[in-house]
Design a protein around this ligand. Structure first.
Ligand SMILES: NC(=O)c1ccc[n+]([C@@H]2O[C@H](COP(=O)([O-])OP(=O)(O)OC[C@H]3O[C@@H](n4cnc5c(N)ncnc54)[C@H](OP(=O)(O)O)[C@@H]3O)[C@@H](O)[C@H]2O)c1
Length: 314
């Protein structure tokens, strides 16, 4: 946390003393940063996602809890915030709270574009431009760091619109996302042909298909990678319910299952950052803990996979 963040964090802190102590202890170690291949800028390897429980929280109008999560994230030096117009109230509520906290210009805002109607295959360009403008209004910034085509939908229409915004200097980076195996081919084609800056893709210790093709391809093409669903939403939590974290997890500084799963994911050399979502400040502090200290080497990664693979699927 730099001085400016520290002052803001203290000023806006609604975090309990025990969480603040935990944050301080974590920050005694170096933060894990990754560079964006196209620019070389450094970003923390753990971000914050905003679908799943986070969007339920935003929808429930429990603004204190949303503020608590965003505060816990920012107080620890977190920067990448991943959202989408389709995540219910997430984009609007997080934009408003970031503005209230005065941190909106510090965050690396990543949102998405998709106006293809459900069951349809094509996007109306005017609707696409309107959705992008709505994102700017919600975030209340002149520039958004990253907008990606959501779920590789109508790339030929939507990606060029994002590239126009990029040329105008209103978006810094463009990309495509998916978390469905049946869309991997489209994402691969786009990485090869569309000069993307970023992609967003699912990857987790029990869901490693993207490491076979997409992640190496992204690395070859100098494309930054955000990892989505690093816990498989509830899948990994069900799998380790009642299972003790192995003692050897301490060798990479993983004190919890969340840190074990996240350190595995961000140890892949193609990964720029993982963006787990949470609705709880304590879990946010836990997740950011994976952004400090050591990462597993190849032998340790193998050991981690073997351990999780040996557990029955939930
Ligand atoms: N196609 C796409 O573009 C796409 C697809 C999927 C995801 N995404 C992005 O990636 C983000 C992450 O994926 P996701 O939200 O689907 O799933 P996820 O991050 O894998 O899992 C979220 C779940 O993990 C729990 N959790 C978080 N931290 C925890 C901790 N420390 N200890 C215990 N439980 C914890 C959360 O519950 P609590 O709230 O109780 O913490 C929530 O149920 C999304 O929010 C979204 O921004 C994008």
């Amino acid at each position: 946390m730099d001085r400016r963040q520290c002052i803001k964090a203290m000023a806006i802190s609604g975090l309990s003393v025990s969480l603040l102590d935990k944050i301080k202890a974590q920050q005694s170690q170096p933060m894990i940063l990754r560079s964006v291949p196209k620019t070389g800028e450094l970003l923390p390897a753990i971000g914050l996602g905003s679908s799943a429980n986070f969007s339920a929280l935003a929808r429930s109008e429990d603004f204190d809890s949303v503020r608590g999560v965003m505060n816990a994230f920012y107080s620890q030096g977190g920067l990448i915030f991943d959202t989408a117009p389709s995540y219910g109230a997430s984009e609007e509520v997080s934009g408003r709270i970031a503005n209230e906290l005065g941190i909106q210009d510090d965050l690396f805002w990543a949102t998405k574009l998709n106006v293809v109607p459900r069951g349809g295959s094509s996007a109306n360009p005017a609707d696409a431009r309107q959705q992008v403008e709505e994102s700017f209004a919600r975030v209340n910034r002149e520039m958004i760091d990253l907008i990606q085509v959501h779920n590789v939908s109508d790339i030929p229409t939507q990606l060029p619109i994002l590239k126009e915004y990029k040329e105008e200097g209103r978006i810094r980076f463009v990309g495509n996302t998916t978390w469905s195996l049946d869309e991997y081919d489209d994402l691969e084609n786009s990485i090869r042909n569309d000069e993307l800056d970023f992609i967003g893709i699912d990857y987790a210790i029990d869901n490693r298909t993207s490491a076979e093709t997409i992640l190496p391809l992204a690395m070859d093409h100098g494309v930054a990678v955000l990892i989505y669903a690093p816990f498989g939403r509830t899948r990994l939590w069900r799998r380790v319910a009642g299972v003790d974290l192995p003692e050897w997890a301490s060798e990479i500084g993983a004190e919890t299952w969340a840190q074990f799963f996240l350190k595995f994911v961000i140890s892949h050399p193609a990964v720029t950052a993982a963006t787990p979502s949470t609705s709880r400040p304590a879990n946010m502090v836990d997740n950011m803990g994976a952004c400090f200290g050591d990462l597993p080497d190849t032998a340790m990664q193998r050991r981690m996979i073997e351990f999780v693979d040996s557990l029955p699927e939930a």
